[in-house]
Design a protein around this ligand. Structure first.
Ligand code: SAM
Length: 267
């Protein structure tokens, strides 16, 4: 049998298909999601159902969003759990998650995401503030580390600041390539994201995005230098931000202060 074949399906590279096969890992993820009766659960990229089946066993109902037409069809005809599933065939990046909110009840989203769509998809989901209770995603380990990293760490950067602006980011589990079929070339990890109202709200999120992107574009330079097109050293001093810091030492709170200053004094 081909190494790309699993349960009679040949994994499609263009859909980022690496199917989970390790029962301990599957169990660990399901425990992290902790599905409860009454939850509105949404799985992105259910594939052959490695996570869908055990989650459906504990839940009343599950929405799944799958791009691969053959896999969507398989799930619609699943011998044991089809009656608990609503299968949405299509691209999760274009999906309107508001349609799943009933009586104001927040949704729980999870998935073992194709690596090529994971970051845009998470940012798409982060724009649904107030609608999502929590998210659990399998991502490249390196991406999980960057999302959860704090100032002073090598992995701290744009992804850390923007993720943590919108939510608490908690690494849950590390997963080796051997847990999948076919095995990916990189290590993976599961992250829990809990959307929370920003502790330090930005007056205009677009300025926060611009300031953070500009700062980490040249992460070896000092803040004074990387942000010189937006704010000068004296203004940084008035905000109590040391202009000689490197961006990787600047906290989310400080980035928001800078962004709010720039929003009020646009360059
Ligand atoms: N959840 C399964 C598992 O753990 O074994 C499959 C994981 S596989 C890494 C990713 C799944 O996402 C595949 O089933 C793939 O067809 C689906 N997929 C890829 N791109 C997608 C997209 N844009 N929207 C929805 N599903 C997508």
């Amino acid at each position: 049998m081909s190494s790309r074949s699993h349960l009679g399906h040949t994994a499609r590279k263009r859909f980022g298909q690496n199917f989970l096969t390790d029962e301990d890992v599957i169990d660990g993820i399901v425990r992290a999601i902790s599905p409860q009766s009454g939850d509105t659960l949404v799985e992105i990229g259910p594939g052959l159902g490695a996570l869908t089946e055990p989650v459906a066993e504990e839940a009343d109902h599950l929405h799944v969003i799958e791009l691969d037409r053959d896999l969507a069809k398989r799930l619609r005809h699943h011998p044991f759990i089809a009656n608990k599933l609503t299968v949405h065939e299509g691209d999760a990046l274009k999906f309107d998650f508001h349609q799943l909110v009933e009586d104001g009840k927040k949704i729980k989203v999870f998935g073992n995401l194709p690596y090529n769509v994971s970051t845009p998809l998470i940012f798409h989901l982060l724009s649904y503030q107030g609608v999502i209770e929590n998210m659990h995603f399998m991502l490249q380990k390196e991406v999980v580390e960057r999302m959860a990293s704090g100032p002073g760490n090598k992995t701290y950067g744009r992804l850390s600041v923007m993720t943590q602006y919108y939510c608490k980011a908690i690494p849950v589990l590390e997963v080796p390539p051997t847990a999948f079929k076919p095995a990916p070339q990189v290590d993976s990890a599961v992250i829990r994201l809990i959307p929370t109202p920003p502790q330090w709200p930005a007056d205009d999120i677009r300025w926060l995005e611009k300031v953070v992107a500009e700062a980490f574009n040249q992460r070896r330079k000092t803040l004074r230098n990387c942000l010189k097109r937006m704010i000068n050293a004296e203004a940084l001093e008035t905000l109590n931000v040391d202009a000689s810091l490197r961006p990787e030492a600047v906290s989310l709170e400080q980035f928001v202060q800078i962004a709010n200053y720039v929003a009020a004094h646009p360059p």
